[in-house]
Structures are given as structure tokens and as C-alpha cells.
Design a protein around this ligand. Structure first.
Ligand SMILES: Cc1cc2nc3c(=O)[nH]c(=O)nc-3n(C[C@H](O)[C@H](O)[C@H](O)COP(=O)(O)OP(=O)(O)OC[C@H]3O[C@@H](n4cnc5c(N)ncnc54)[C@H](O)[C@@H]3O)c2cc1C
Length: 374
């Protein structure tokens, strides 16, 4: 049976825009659909900045992926003619046995990555914005930095279009079904037939997988921007990106001030939500709770709140990604749930998806990400 499209991609955020680009570049006939008009502020990819880092504390298996992601972000910068990345270096800060310090050290050793370990006093003297307590250490990695997510998505979409992808925005997919070895996707406007389907619908992916019962949880997360009291301390030359395990199992992270204030946020501890009814207002008590952490560890960032934005994580039970084919429909690839740390990988996951769909294989070990919730 011949289809009008080789691949339909549902969701053109971080993951879907990258998949659209890599598939279209290989000459595939791609239709991309989004319920909104990406980049937008309703999903998981807004807020101006995302951290990219190499000494990956979550697991060493992510390191080869992020190394390829760096190469692909650089290629995309050249292709699209946009600046997507700013190198700042990065600090993973916590007690010696914390997940961030022990995990980053493990990845750095296993992959022979350039890194240094600083005492709390060394951190305070080199980076005065950051005030770890005496018993903390920091793993320094020089390649870490900042991606600009909205511009990255724009760049992937621009390049996908340039290679012939047809992208339709403000057109939600309502459902899909297997159809003669391919798929039929029904949207608010039409029905489309294709050989394969990619589901990269972010926090909504659940609604397109009702039969599967994947244990995914959507989590509300707030990003805050505070006015620094001593702006010079937070300039990117003096303030790297930083991730803290300030108490066992409790994390927050921050960025230098790129002009909009000092951005900080907790990693997890958010409310479980439905993406269609999430509260996008930020309460005064939420600001005060974040401010208490800022006051302790970044005291010079404790100025007035400049802005705040609500975003969503799509979590798996073990915090790793979910990337696999649909068990009953192998022509359908699911690749969105990234447990709040997927953006940096979107360039390489776009390439991985294109490889899986065109060659049925990838050079990367995806064993952590396969179906595992039975
Ligand atoms: C506050 C916050 C901070 C983060 N910080 C980092 C970080 O520093 N570094 C990092 O690497 N990662 C970070 N992440 C995680 C990362 O941003 C996400 O993993 C990634 O952006 C998810 O991309 P996605 O493509 O799955 O989702 P999205 O980019 O949200 O894309 C999903 C798209 O699907 C569309 N869609 C949904 N349903 C339908 C439908 N039925 N039909 C058509 N379209 C549909 C949506 O409109 C949306 O455009 C952070 C996430 C948040 C929320």
C-alpha cells in the first residue's frame, strides 16, 4: 500500500521538531502536526534557557548521546544561522555521596571527561554568587552551558521545512489507528495516511496511548527569575550553570543572568497535573519557598521577583526516558517522556528516531529507555 506521507509526527516541540528535520533531510515525506504553534509556552520547552552538560549524573549511558547532541546543535547553528548555545561551564553541587556529585564523578571517570572537584571554599571564592555549605563539594565540567530552547525549536522547524517537511500547526491529532501496515491519523481538520507514526506529544502523549497504560505522570514545575542584588556576580563569565542537591533527594538549579534576571527552579517536587487543566498562575507561597532556597545558597540573587513561568515534566517511574515502538503497532514510535531532563538530547534523539524509522537501528545503547513497565 502506498501512503501520501512516509511519516506523520504528532507534536512539534523539542523532540518532534528534531525528528521532522532529520527525517526530511533524509528525503522522507514528513507531515508534522501540532495542537499549538511551536515554539509556544504551553508544554515543556519554554523559559528561554535549558542546561546542557556532559558528566551526566543520572547515568553514564547518557554521555555518548549528549556528546553527539553537542555536535548536532553545532551543525544546526550553522545550518539555521542562529546562535543556539552559550558555554558557561557547569557545577554539580552537593555532599560527596549525593546523587549529583557521585553520579557526575562516575560519568566523568567512565568516559574520561575533563573535570575538577572543588571544595565549598573554592566554589565560594571562584564563583561568589554561589554559597555552598562547608560539607558540600562541586564537580566542575567546562563544556556545560545553556541552550536557548525556543530558538532551537524554531531552527529545527525551519530546517525541516527547508528539506520539504509539511508542518501544520493549530491542528491537534485526535486519534490514530493502524491501517494496512501503516497508520491513519485523525486531526481536528482532516485524516492522513502514512507508513509510520512518531508520537512526540510531550505531556499530552498519554492521551494518544490510551490502550497502553504507561505509568507516566505529568508534573507542574515553576521557573523563577529574580533580580540580582549584585548583578556582576551573575554575569555568565562569573557564574556557570549550577545544579544542587541541597538536601538528600532535593534538587534545584540555576543560570547566570542573561538579561532577564537570575533564573532558578526546583527539579521535581511539583504537583501531579493534567496538562489540559494545569494551574499556570504562580502563588506568593511558591515564590517564598523558592526565595528561601535562593537566600541560603545564592544570597545575592535575593532581589525582587521579575517573572515566573509554569512548565511541565512528563515523568517515568525511574526518571529515565521512554523511547520505544508501540508493542501492538511497531510502525508507531513513542519518544517524548523525558522526566524533566530531555531538552539537551532533542537534537540527537531526532537523529536516533530518524535512524530507527529508516534503518531500524541506532548506534546508541537505548536499553535504559525501552519499554520496562509491565
Ligand atoms: C521547567 C523545566 C526545566 C527544564 N530544564 C531542562 C534543562 O535544563 N535541560 C534539559 O535537557 N531538559 C530540561 N527540561 C526538560 C525538557 O525541556 C523536556 O524534556 C523537553 O522539552 C520535552 O520535549 P517534548 O518534545 O517531549 O515536549 P514539548 O516540547 O512540550 O512538545 C510537545 C508538543 O506536542 C504538542 N502536542 C500535544 N498533544 C498534541 C496533539 N494531540 N496533536 C498535535 N500536537 C500535540 C504540543 O503542543 C507540543 O508542542 C526542563 C523542563 C521543564 C518543564
Amino acid at each position: 500500500m502506498s501512503f501520501r506521507f512516509d511519516v506523520v509526527i504528532v507534536g512539534l516541540g523539542a523532540m518532534g521538531s528534531a525528528a521532522a528535520f532529520h527525517l526530511a533531510r533524509r528525503g522522507k515525506r514528513v507531515l508534522g502536526l501540532d495542537r499549538f504553534s511551536p515554539p509556544h509556552a504551553f508544554g515543556s520547552s519554554h523559559g528561554q534557557t535549558r542546561i546542557i552538560r556532559e558528566a551526566y549524573f543520572e547515568h553514564p549511558l547518557y554521555v555518548p548521546l549528549v556528546q553527539r547532541a553537542y555536535e548536532l546543535w553545532a551543525d544546526l547553528e550553522k545550518g539555521a544561522g542562529r546562535s543556539l548555545f552559550r558555554k558557561t561551564g557547569g557545577l554539580m553541587i552537593g555532599k560527596p555521596d549525593s546523587a549529583v556529585v557521585a553520579g557526575a564523578t562516575r560519568s566523568a571517570h567512565e568516559h574520561s571527561l575533563t573535570h575538577e572537584v572543588f571544595s565549598a571554599a573554592e566554589v565560594r571564592s571562584r564563583f561568589p554568587a554561589l554559597q555552598p555549605t562547608e560539607e558540600m563539594l562541586a564537580v566542575w565540567e567546562p563544556r556545560a552551558g545553556i541552550l536557548f530552547p525556543e530558538i532551537c525549536i524554531e531552527a529545527h522547524l525551519k530546517m525541516a521545512r527547508k528539506h520539504g517537511a509539511e508542518l501544520r500547526t493549530d491542528e491537534p491529532a485526535l486519534n490514530w489507528e493502524g491501517d494496512g501496515g501503516g497508520v491513519r491519523v485523525v486531526t481536528s481538520k482532516a485524516a492522513y495516511h502514512a507508513g509510520q507514526l512518531v508520537l512526540t506529544a510531550g505531556s499530552w502523549v498519554h492521551s494518544l496511548l490510551r490502550g497502553l497504560k504507561l505509568p507516566l505522570a505529568v508534573e507542574r514545575q515553576v521557573q523563577f527569575w529574580f533580580e540580582p542584588k549584585h548583578p556582576v556576580q551573575f554575569q555568565p563569565e562569573r557564574c556557570p550553570i549550577h545544579i544542587w542537591e541541597h538536601e538528600p533527594g532535593r534538587f534545584f538549579y540555576g543560570f547566570p543572568d542573561l538579561g532577564g534576571g537570575v533564573k532558578v527552579a526546583r527539579h521535581h517536587e511539583g504537583e501531579r497535573v493534567n496538562p489540559d487543566s494545569i494551574n499556570r498562575e504562580v502563588g506568593a507561597e511558591e515564590v517564598e519557598a523558592m526565595r528561601a532556597v535562593v537566600r541560603q545558597f545564592l544570597p545575592d540573587a535575593d532581589g525582587p521577583l521579575r517573572s515566573a513561568a509554569v512548565c511541565m515534566y512528563t515523568n517515568t517511574p525511574d526518571g529515565h526516558f521512554f523511547i520505544d515502538r508501540h508493542p501492538a503497532h511497531p510502525q508507531v514510535l513513542i519518544a517524548s517522556p523525558c522526566s524533566g531532563h530531555g531538552f539537551k538530547f532533542s537534537s540527537v534523539l531526532g537523529e536516533v528516531m530518524a535512524n530507527l524509522l529508516t534503518e531500524r537501528q541506532t548506534q546508541f545503547d537505548l536499553s535504559l529507555f525501552r519499554s520496562r513497565f509491565h
